[in-house]
Design a protein around this ligand. Structure first.
Ligand code: ATP
Length: 299
């Protein structure tokens, strides 16, 4: 759905994005992670043809960008850096203007498209109020409704939950998960690890303009081959597991063992009381920090 090779953007002497190779596949909820200033917005703008790349190639829906923008952009819903709207006009009127301004906005079916988009984002009851009276969350949802007007195959969203409260974040997350389940590929940027961890299937991590990691989330969080055991009987456990204990912190030990069931049975079998026992998995935070460190070492 999105593929870039060697994507690079210089602003004068600043390198905002360097040699980025994105690979977003059909059906993904792709989380594009990076700290503030790491180059996410610049990348998203290049994908949509809003900023010209200094070098590299971009394909969106299998067509080169920005040269195929006319054919590709009507199939892509996007929201970049906060939704723009006319504050004195209602949400519905704003959507009608957006719908009328692009190709493929057939007038006869406009009202129906707007109704669908407003319903999808949960704004159907409030759409007659001027946008000025909307909360930040409602404005964000209106921006998403605009992105959904053309029933896009691909959604490209820059920080879609920026500035929202936890309830608003949860609503947007659920909306994106539902859209994805109905067949829309979603590409979203975020600086929030937890957000990406909760909803994405694939992750790309940008660090100072470079893509330092790109993989399936499930693969990144696969078990490490260690089992974490909490027990008040650490001495007895260590005696049994002689040589397999790699680390201890208080009543918790990290054991080199990839069969937690067998380990549990062995411990209980010799009378070791087990409070908690689970295969160790790395958090996305661990993975991201490691990738950033590795990349920092190479520079
Ligand atoms: N128009 C511009 N002119 C000059 N420098 C720019 C321009 N746009 C971005 N930059 C610089 O490029 C780098 C990447 O910025 P970008 O906005 O893409 O990052 P970001 O990851 O989206 O950050 P944020 O989350 O804060 O929006 C920054 O150093 C920024 O100052």
């Amino acid at each position: 759905m999105i593929r870039t090779e060697g994507l690079t953007k210089h602003y004068g002497r600043i390198t905002a994005v360097e040699d980025v190779g994105l690979d977003v596949r059909e059906g993904d909820v792709y989380g594009f992670l990076g700290a503030n200033g790491s180059g996410k917005t610049t990348t998203v703008r290049m994908l949509l043809g809003l900023v010209l790349a200094t070098s590299g190639t971009i394909e969106v829906l299998g067509r080169p960008m920005p040269s195929s923008g006319r054919a590709v952009l009507p199939l892509v819903g996007s929201m970049v850096e906060g939704p723009a709207s006319y504050p004195g006009l209602s949400g519905r009127t704003n959507l009608a203007l957006i719908d009328a301004s692009g190709p493929g906005g057939d007038r006869a079916t406009r009202a129906g498209r707007i109704d669908d988009a407003l319903a999808q984002v949960g704004l159907e009851g409030v759409d007659k109020r001027p946008v000025r009276a909307y909360s930040l969350g409602m404005r964000q949802r209106l921006g998403l409704a605009a992105a959904l007007l053309r029933r896009p195959r691909l959604l490209v969203l820059d920080e879609p939950t920026n500035g929202l409260d936890p309830q608003g974040i949860r609503e947007i997350r659920q909306l994106l998960v539902d859209l994805n389940a109905a067949g829309t590929t979603v590409f979203l940027s975020s600086h929030l690890l937890a957000e990406i961890e909760q909803m994405c299937t694939r992750v790309g991590v940008l660090d100072r303009g470079r893509l330092v990691l790109q993989d399936e989330l499930a693969h990144l969080q696969r078990p490490t081959g260690r089992t974490v055991v909490r027990t008040p009987d650490t001495d007895a456990a260590r005696a049994l597991l002689d040589g397999h204990v790699e680390h201890q912190e208080g009543d918790t030990i990290w054991v080199r063992a990839d069969d937690p069931l067998a380990l549990n049975a062995a411990l209980v079998g010799v009378g070791v009381r087990v409070l908690e026992l689970a295969p160790e998995r790395r958090t996305l935070e661990d993975v991201v920090l490691e990738a950033a460190e590795r990349s920092g070492d190479r520079r």
